[in-house]
Ligand binder design. Structure first.
Ligand SMILES: O=C[C@H](O)COP(=O)(O)O
Ligand SMILES: CC(=O)C(=O)O
Length: 211
């Protein structure tokens, strides 16, 4: 535990693949985090899309300290402070409105803000943030888009997420301006619902080998 995660750029170094999960049951949080860790993945983005998200973050932070837990789908003022208190080490937002970013910054933990245009990326850079989420990656132009913006935005790095699979992840990870990718393919609902932690571990092992 206790990797220093001080900036968005640090978040991009945690794992080649960041598992993104919407949990239905907070009881799944600890066995899931442990399975990912056994498979070589030491971070997880638990989204606030379900009521189980916040208690799941709390449990992982308390019981699986070797996994750096982030909170995803932070979209409203107040949520960043709440997840930071629950033990989240970073925040992920699907988009980046100035009001939301001001609020997230006041929580004092790093964040990966979602961008899908050059202007949004430049607005984050103006705040001094040089690492960000590219969301939704595939519908927004995917690998060709990221390649095209590397020239004009050489200082920026991305965590593309949305529509990425184990087959397409290597194409993203090969880009100089990509630090990691996010995806839900490591944590299929069926495996979570059936407690198939060995299979989650195998998916994590396959994903961690991409790095
Ligand atoms: O909303 C998208 C999630 O962040 C992950 O996307 P995915 O299910 O396409 O991997
Ligand atoms: C897009 C994403 O990962 C989020 O909901 O924060």
């Amino acid at each position: 535990m206790n990797k220093a995660i001080n900036t968005a750029a640090d978040v991009l170094t945690l794992s080649p693949v960041v598992p993104v999960v919407a949990l239905d049951d907070p009881e799944h949080a600890v066995p899931l985090a442990e399975a990912l860790l056994r498979g070589g993945i030491s971070t997880i983005e638990v989204t606030l899309r379900t009521p189980a998200g916040l208690p799941a973050i709390e449990r992982i932070a308390a019981e699986v300290p070797d996994v750096v837990v982030g909170a995803g789908t932070v979209t409203e003022p107040g949520q960043a402070e709440l997840v930071a208190k629950a033990g989240a080490r970073y925040v992920v937002t699907p988009g980046s409105t100035p009001k939301l970013l001001d609020d997230v910054e006041s929580a004092g933990i790093p964040y990966l803000a979602g961008v899908s245009t050059v202007s949004e990326a430049m607005a984050l850079a103006e705040r001094g943030v040089t690492a960000m989420k590219f969301f939704p990656a595939e519908p927004s132009g995917g690998v060709p888009y990221l390649k095209a913006i590397a020239g004009p935005l050489p200082g920026l790095r991305f965590c593309p997420t949305g529509g990425i699979s184990v087959e397409t992840a290597p194409k993203y990870l090969a880009l100089a301006n990509v630090g990691c990718v996010g995806g839900s393919w490591l944590t299929p609902k069926k495996l979570l619902d059936t407690g198939s932690w060995g299979q989650v571990e195998a998916l994590a092992r396959q994903a961690s080998a991409l790095g």
